[in-house]
Design a protein around this ligand. Structure first.
Ligand code: SIN
Length: 301
């Protein structure tokens, strides 16, 4: 399994698979479970300054190609999260996902995450369904530059920017993150989506629309990573619809230095990390790759 060690900038991970923000990452104990299942790192649930209940139910529904959620960024608030990061960090590297309404709030949350022991922060610039947060900030390249540079000047740990695919140019958003000093970009968050119940004649989710994740969005994510890899000089982390080792290999070959998984944990269970690790090692042996790094971006050659 030594073949699977990866680096994202100055951070080293034992395995290339990282738990995506939003699933099995609300408590220290659930994050520990993910490390024990072969995750190389865990990104926490997105955390804000104050406790937030999120949208009212229904907030989550299954569709034929994945899930549509509009959780609304529910979280216990940064003050309550120290214990969870400390518990999880005893087992492996934790990346603190944060959301804020402006530069100052992001910078404050990032410095708290650093104080708690997070090895990096991931800026949620992409949640598609929370008014005043996420994609409402992260769709504007100037805002991205401003938020990322403010966070960079407030912490010493690496800063990752998670980008929205709900845009005409994810490359423009990536370039803005790089200009602001981001150490890596993460692509993609969910695609804006809606499900309607014909009998009830109304949208299923209380928020009406939400974000689509799961296998249906994989080709969109692969394309986004491919485009970002060709236009940026910072690492790209791929996420969106990975459920098996072939999907992970696609993202790596498109240019991802590491990948994240969320919906796959719901579909297969935490063991999906170990299953993909084993599949990647067999593929690498068969095709003569000594390291994951040798595979990164080969689809561009
Ligand atoms: C949520 O917790 O509301 C989802 C976060 C996201 O889509 O970024």
């Amino acid at each position: 399994m030594g073949k699977l060690k990866v680096a994202v900038g100055k951070l080293n991970f034992e395995f290339p698979g990282i738990v995506a923000s939003g699933i099995m990452d609300e408590t220290g104990d659930s994050m520990v479970r993910m490390f024990k299942s072969g995750a190389g790192a865990v990104v926490t649930k997105s955390i804000g300054s104050k406790p937030r209940p999120g949208h009212s139910n229904p907030t989550f529904t299954e569709v034929e190609c994945g899930y549509v959620n509009a959780m609304g960024l529910p979280n216990p608030g940064i003050d309550m999260f120290e214990k969870e990061i400390k518990t999880a960090s005893s087992e492996g590297p934790v990346i603190g996902s944060i959301f804020g309404g402006d530069e100052k709030e992001f910078a404050y949350l990032a410095s708290r995450m650093e104080e708690f022991g997070a090895v990096a922060v991931e800026l949620n610039l992409s949640c598609p369904h929370a008014a005043g947060y996420g994609a409402e900030i992260g769709s504007d390249p100037e805002m991205i530059v401003s938020v990322v540079s403010e966070v960079k000047s407030s912490v010493d740990i690496p800063v990752w920017a998670k980008l929205t695919p709900n845009t005409s140019s994810i490359q423009a958003l990536g370039r803005a993150a790089e200009k602001g000093g981001a150490d890596a970009v993460v692509a993609i968050n969910t695609l804006k989506a809606m499900v309607i119940c014909p009998e009830l004649r109304k949208p299923v989710l209380s928020n009406k629309f939400g974000g689509l994740s799961g296998p249906g969005i994989k080709p969109v994510g692969v394309r986004a990573v491919y485009d970002l890899y060709s236009s940026l000089n910072i690492p790209v982390i791929g996420v969106g619809g990975i459920t098996c080792w072939r999907d992970a290999a696609e993202y790596i070959m498109a240019g991802a230095s590491a990948y994240q998984m969320g919906s796959a944990i719901g579909i297969t269970g935490p063991e999906v990390f170990n299953e993909i690790n084993e599949g990647l090692v067999s593929f690498m042996k068969e095709h003569g790759y000594e390291t994951v790094k040798e595979m990164v971006g080969v689809a561009h050659e």
